[in-house]
Ligand binder design. Structure first.
Ligand code: FES
Length: 89
């Protein structure tokens, strides 16, 4: 059964930028894309680039090393500060 842990509020993540977070032994990055949070693993699956240095381009997260794009819908949290029950609110 999935459990949810509040790790940040929308106000903690500047628009168009990401912040790195440690949750237990896992490192993630939260991006604020036009008021919605995108949560991804902190390292790129291709060759391990630090994705908190990635950029948002046309709604997709682009890897800082080789430019692979993660579609904005993948890993996007349902939260936009709508309430404490939201996964990343
Ligand atoms: S390390 Fe991310 S695209 Fe190569």
């Amino acid at each position: 059964m999935a459990t949810f842990t509040k790790v940040a509020s929308l106000d903690d993540v500047p628009e168009g930028q990401g912040i790195g977070l440690e949750i237990g032994r896992k490192r993630i990055v939260l991006f604020n894309i036009e008021g919605e949070l995108l949560a991804v693993e902190a390292t790129c699956a291709q060759h391990g680039a630090p994705l908190e240095r990635g950029v948002i381009h046309e709604g997709n997260l682009q890897c800082p090393w080789h430019g692979a794009a993660t579609p904005g819908g993948v890993g996007r949290a349902a939260a936009t500060g709508r309430g404490p029950g939201s996964p990343a609110a």
